[in-house]
Design a protein around this ligand. Structure first.
Ligand code: UDP
Length: 369
């Protein structure tokens, strides 16, 4: 087990940190994961229909960071891919995030240009003195009608809480557009890895100083075997400090229901269809065949239903958890030779590019000479 650095977790943050230590610092790195594969929640594979799917939910890469874009291009070729998302609302397919067409279809309007949308929005947006929660954020951007149809129930299904019980930032993640732009993201770089996400991890970890050990639970490792190693921990921060006895942080997990439809060209008009209404338990259905126009006589669809039990996916940004996390963070800061990095260890709702940037910047601040 002797190694300079032991990296816990083979997701984005762990892999980026491992590569940095191996390549830039010429350190021996052992990276472990309790799952039997690399890639964390980005892991993808080709299924029996010949379609590449993400095992842990759809992953859409987008960034405005030149640094991140340059970094990921070292380890993969990418195909530009501008994501389109539709929502099934009032029995129709509606573009999301909200744009002119969305407003016209859901509110029976005939708005034609930015000025008309801006006027309509400013008449409908609720004016709050402070934006302290997700409800205030959403209604201050789109007004009550669109809030009810797009955000209220979806958020409840996603988080097990209504928007008023969540931090405002959650409801500010997707844009509101006063034009016809129907892309889900506005970032400069939007792409899919040409050979899949797992391949990127294989390439990042392909270094003579890196050893990967899978199906290996960090908490099962004999501490004396790693007493001379520095630990980089990217798992849930509250799991690390279980012995302290603080309450657990809350996470949302996801259940995936896979349906393989034989001899079916397509099930739905695009890869990603949200179901914001209360009539379904799931939040979205992903038809992976659309992504990069994959060819198969069959199709695979996966519906995503969030839940409170299971592997942690999303930190739940509400007051209780944000305050509790600060207590865990204070414990983490007292540790010597242990670094806490990544979405679960930092309890932050990072997108993929933010996870990469955060890991790179952590290296800049902590390990650069
Ligand atoms: N959201 C919503 N309706 C939608 C899409 C998003 O209410 O149709 C809200 C919901 O609270 C969600 C947040 O916006 O958690 C951010 O959406 P995003 O697509 O970024 O979520 P992710 O892809 O990370 O699950």
């Amino acid at each position: 087990m002797s190694t300079d650095y032991l990296v816990v977790g083979c997701g984005l943050s762990g892999a980026v940190m491992a590569r940095f230590m191996a390549e830039e610092k010429s350190k021996k790195v052992l990276i472990v994961d309790k799952r039997d594969h690399i890639g964390g929640n980005c892991y993808d594979y080709i299924d029996e229909n010949g379609i590449r799917i993400n095992k842990y939910g759809v992953h859409l890469f987008h960034t405005n960071s030149k640094r991140v874009w340059k970094y990921v291009n070292r380890f993969s070729s990418w195909t530009r891919w501008e994501y389109k998302v539709l929502g099934v609302i009032d029995g129709q397919y509606i573009p999301l995030p909200p744009n002119i067409t969305t407003i016209n279809m859901l509110c029976g309007k005939h708005l034609r240009n930015q000025q008309e949308v801006d006027d309509w929005l400013s008449r409908n947006q609720l004016k709050h003195e402070h934006i302290d929660n997700g409800y205030q954020m959403a209604t201050s951007r789109v007004g009550e009608t669109l809030y009810e149809k797009i955000f209220k129930h979806y958020t409840f299904k996603q988080w097990g809480r209504y928007p008023e019980e969540l931090d405002a930032s959650v409801l500010a993640r997707i844009p509101v557009r006063n034009n016809f732009d129907d892309r889900y993201f506005s970032d400069k770089y939007q792409a899919l890895p040409t050979d899949g996400y797992t391949k990127i991890f294989e390439n990042i970890l392909d270094h003579e100083n890196i050893t990967v050990r899978l199906s290996c639970d960090y908490f099962g490792i004999d501490p004396s075997a790693i007493s001379n190693s520095t630990i980089i921990y990217s798992g849930p921060i509250d799991d690390f400090f279980t012995n302290v006895g603080y309450p657990k942080l809350e996470y949302r997990s996801v259940n995936f229901e896979i349906q393989r439809l034989k001899n079916t060209k397509f099930f739905q008009p695009c890869a990603h269809v949200n179901h914001p209404g209360p009539e379904t338990p799931f939040t979205r259905i992903i038809e992976y065949k659309h992504l990069l126009n994959q060819d198969s006589p069959h199709t695979t669809i996966i519906s995503e239903t969030t839940c409170s039990d299971g592997d942690p996916y999303y930190p739940v940004p509400n007051k209780r958890n944000i305050e509790l996390y600060e207590q865990y963070k204070a414990l983490a800061e007292k540790e010597r030779n242990i670094h806490f990095v990544g979405r679960l260890a930092s309890y932050k709702y990072f997108n993929m590019d933010q996870a990469i940037l955060n890991a790179l910047e952590y290296c800049d601040s902590n390990f650069s000479i």
